[in-house]
Design a protein around this ligand. Structure first.
Ligand code: ATP
Ligand code: MG
Length: 678
């Protein structure tokens, strides 16, 4: 591999970052300055020039999509080198993989399963019901995220007594948390935040494992470092051995996950905590024209606590002026955006080069309707969450029960789906057997069937056995059948059909009539089979494992794929010919030729829920992320009135827009970086 080849298209600072001697390194640089690009080149440099084996490299990025792209890009530069042994993934997938490989050391049994937010919600709901806590006053979703926040702060349920918050909601969370923890333990399940927390806890105490990983990963690279949480930061400290290095890139101005525990000050700490950190700043922006960057600079200058004052300078000239547009309501706004998109398409711009960004998912609806009625294809990322659909959750629950029968949540979900005349009374009976015997509901089911078939058994038990023997036999049959399968997607297909799930939803679809929204449950189940087939292609090693392990890997991977990365139909890749719709959060790190940020509006951006000054700054960073996604043309639109939850409220421009406009108030309109249409 030639040095010149690897450095040829890079500027001086980028070259320095790519070719620096092995060591700890931090690159703090603004949006579009080539951080991700440099990270990819650095990996190629390490393998090609420094002769580091790909197996000693761990690269962590923010999304699975970004990880896949990174792997492809390194693969393209390093054609011929086998990159399979290199770990390129998100923090969560990397930790999950460590947990699977060292499952006993992590205090888990090998068949543990991962639950996603929907599963977590169900679990909390069940606990609330058991504890007689109102599920309407204390919404399971909110309680579940309260628990996640505590875990993200590294707090176990026995470490919450010093928590200051004593309001009613926090007290409920604190009451449910220990039960939740015990239930997860018993049912052999882990949630998202558990993945990071448990790995960190294990590494803290297990010196041997730490040594093993330290020797394994001598070079750790991190993209989007500003969004790491203190726990993730500690993970990096634990994973880096005496001979190892962490090479990180980030932009404090783009830190947008503070609400989920991220802390951009990790970048400052990094300089103190890691030895001999080499610092590089990248200053040229290669993505956008100067007009877009001036708009971005004007906005972010209003944030006071910035680590580094960065002023984005374009490498490509002034470019096109930013278009700021007011419309009277969201229908007109949608109409305006779609008309503008039509003009772009007529000019030959590819739809996949166009993005519509918004602060909240709920803003996409009107625009979706308008796009559809104009026959423009579009893809919504993380809109209707595929893996939160009932039918998909049912299928996942069946698959889970097959190899983790201890998972009561999964079993109770499908015990009567499709309907088997197993009512709440039967479920209560089973659960009380489980409680008495201190066993799982599945074991209770087994006991009921075994003893209930005996002549001398009491009548209640016999009746119970009669009611549940069907479902028990079914699960046992499917379990033994799938052992002979060697293709993952065929196995998924088989399970969906054999359990009657497919027929059940087919009938439901037909009954409710086509054309109704959300009436494609059959297709969705079919899509799950496609996703399994896709998994076989992208994860050949995992898919080649024995079927139960392969299924476990598959299920974990689907549970992990953050909702933001998935399109409405569960597909992680955007189709070539579709306009992209996503939240600003989901757009981080991406770029598009033309970007429309809709609802740049008072009451929306900043979010009214972000009242504190700190969160105001974070909202401003969010707006900054949105603005800096555009390569060629940027539109910021807002309405004077907007219908929210059936009420029409006067809105008007976002205060951020005032900040932008007022910073150019002394300058003639023709010289400003934007044009305003009111
Ligand atoms: P963000 O902060 O949004 O994640 P980033 O700093 O990671 O941005 P990249 O996505 O790596 O920036 O790069 C932005 C764009 O600039 C990409 O299209 C990239 O290919 C291009 N680019 C970066 N460096 C150069 C260069 N030296 N020459 C030409 N194009 C470049
Ligand atoms: Mg990037």
């Amino acid at each position: 591999m030639e040095r010149d080849f690897l450095l040829k298209d890079l500027n001086e600072a980028q070259r320095e970052a790519v070719s620096a001697p092995r060591g700890n390194m931090l690159i703090i640089a603004g949006a579009g300055t080539g951080k991700t690009r440099v990270l990819v080149s650095r990996i190629a440099w390490l393998t090609g020039i420094e002769q580091i084996s790909p197996r000693n490299i761990l690269a962590m990025t923010f999304t699975n999509k970004a990880a896949a792209e990174m792997r492809d890009r390194v693969g393209a530069i390093m054609a011929g080198t086998d990159m399979r042994a290199m770990w390129v993934s998100t923090f969560h997938s990397a930790c999950l993989r460590i947990m699977r490989q060292h499952v006993r050391r992590c205090g888990l049994s090998p068949d543990f399963t991962v639950i996603d937010t929907a599963g977590q919600k169900q679990l909390v709901k069940r606990i609330e019901q058991d504890l007689k806590i109102s599920t309407t006053d204390f919404k399971p979703a909110q309680v579940a995220s309260g628990i996640s926040r505590l875990k993200e702060q590294g707090r176990r349920s026995d470490k919450i007594s010093d928590i200051k918050y004593k309001d009613e909601f926090s007290l409920v969370v604190q009451k449910i948390y220990p039960v939740y923890e015990l239930t997860c333990e018993r049912e052999n399940i882990v949630d998202f935040s558990e993945i990071i927390l448990r790995t960190v806890e294990t590494l803290r105490r297990d010196e041997e494992l730490r040594g093993l990983l330290n020797r394994h990963f001598t070079e750790i690279l991190v993209d989007e470092f500003q969004d790491t949480s203190p726990l993730q930061y500690e993970l990096l400290e634990l994973m880096r051995g005496p001979q190892g290095h962490v090479w990180a890139v980030g932009d404090d101005d783009q830190s947008i996950y503070g609400w989920r525990g991220a802390d951009y000050r990790n970048m400052e700490n990094f300089l103190k905590d890691f030895p001999d950190v080499h610092k590089v700043a990248l200053t040229r922006n290669y993505r956008s024209g100067q007009y877009i960057l001036d708009t971005a600079n004007a906005l972010i200058d209003n944030n006071s606590k910035r680590l580094v004052d960065k002023h984005l300078m374009s490498n490509t000239g002034k470019g096109e002026r930013v278009t700021i547009v007011q419309q009277s309501n969201q229908t007109f706004e949608a109409n305006y955006v779609v008309m503008s998109i039509k003009q772009l398409l007529n000019k030959g711009v590819s739809p996949s080069e166009i993005a519509i960004l918004y602060r909240n998912n709920s803003l996409s609806q009107t625009i979706e309707g308008e796009l559809a009625s104009n026959g423009i294809r579009y893809t919504v990322y993380g809109g209707l969450k595929f893996f939160e659909r009932a039918e998909i959750n049912d299928a996942a629950a069946y698959l889970t029960v097959l190899f983790n029968p201890k998972n009561d949540t999964a079993l109770l979900r499908i015990i009567n789906t499709p309907s088997r005349k197993i009512g709440p009374k039967v479920v209560t009976q089973l659960r009380s057997i489980a409680r008495e015997r201190k066993c799982s509901v599945y074991e209770a089911l087994k006991l009921a069937v075994e003893y209930g078939s005996k002549k001398e058994s009491p009548a209640v038990l016999k009746t119970l056995a009669r009611k549940v023997s069907g479902v028990f036999d079914l699960i046992e049959t499917v379990k033994s059948d799938i052992e002979s399968f060697d293709s993952l997607h065929e196995c998924v297909d088989y399970v969906i059909n054999k359990t009657g799930l497919m027929d059940y939803y087919k009938l439901k679809d037909e009954k409710e009539g086509r054309g109704k929204l959300d009436n494609q449950r059959q297709e969705n189940l079919g899509e799950l089979v496609n996703i399994a087939a896709n998994f076989e292609e992208t994860h050949p090693d995992e898919a080649a494992k024995p079927m139960n392990e392969a299924l476990l890997e598959f299920l974990s991977s689907v549970a992990l794929a953050a909702s933001t990365e998935l399109t409405e139909n569960g597909n992680g890749n955007s189709p070539e010919e579709a306009v992209n719709l996503m939240t600003i959060h989901a757009s981080k790190g991406l770029e598009f030729r033309d970007v429309f940020v809709i609802g740049f509006e008072n009451g929306i951006l900043p979010s009214p829920y972000a009242e504190k000054q700190i969160s105001q700054d974070e909202e401003r960073r969010l707006a900054y992320v949105a603005i800096t996604r555009a390569r060629k043309h940027l539109w910021l639109t807002f309405c004077s009135r907007r219908m929210v939850y059936g009420r029409t409220d006067p809105t008007g421009p976002s205060p951020f827009l005032h900040e932008i406009i007022s910073s150019f108030s002394g300058i003639k309109p023709a010289k400003r970086p934007f044009e305003v249409f009111l």
